[in-house]
Design a protein around this ligand. Sequence first.
Ligand SMILES: [Zn+2]
Length: 197
Amino acid sequence: MYDGIVQDLIDEFGRLPGIGPKSAQRITFHILQSPNFDVSHLAELLAVVREKVRFCEVCGNVSEQERCSICRDPRRNVSLICVVEDAKDVAAIERTREFRGLYHVLGGAISPIAGVGPDDLRITQLMQRLADGTVQEVILATNPNLEGEATATYLSRLLHSLEISVTRLASGLPVGGDLEYADEVTLGRAFEGRRSI
Ligand SMILES: [Zn+2]
């Protein structure tokens, strides 16, 4: 334990996801001991991000405008929608350069244990996007774990009544893992080998 504001800062960093007490202490001391570390730039970035960044009104991806850069890009294939759990997955798939369609971010996955049901996800918005018949294929790219599989199963049943091809990413992704941590080659191959469900 440290005195006053130093401990306050360590505690604050420690509240961030993925940062334990030791990392929080390391970051704090890095800032304290590096006179060149631009604290005001970091503070300004945090404030601007909080103020300007929101979620795309169409797909739910992070965006500085009402529509994200992917939804605004006329070169994207509008007949393909890739459904993911969150915006971090969009970034992971974009890095593979394997997919040129649009996305739909659900905002999580169905999890009875965590109390997350279909109504808590952006499923109604997805159905609205599919209503006009433009979309020919929906790729379910939820995480290859229990919740992700449950969500994919739920969606495939829901989409069954529509005349849209529904596919799921090929196996080869580490089971129980998180899409955002899959390497680009594996994720790219999973796209190429996607199968109908
Ligand atoms: Zn968008």
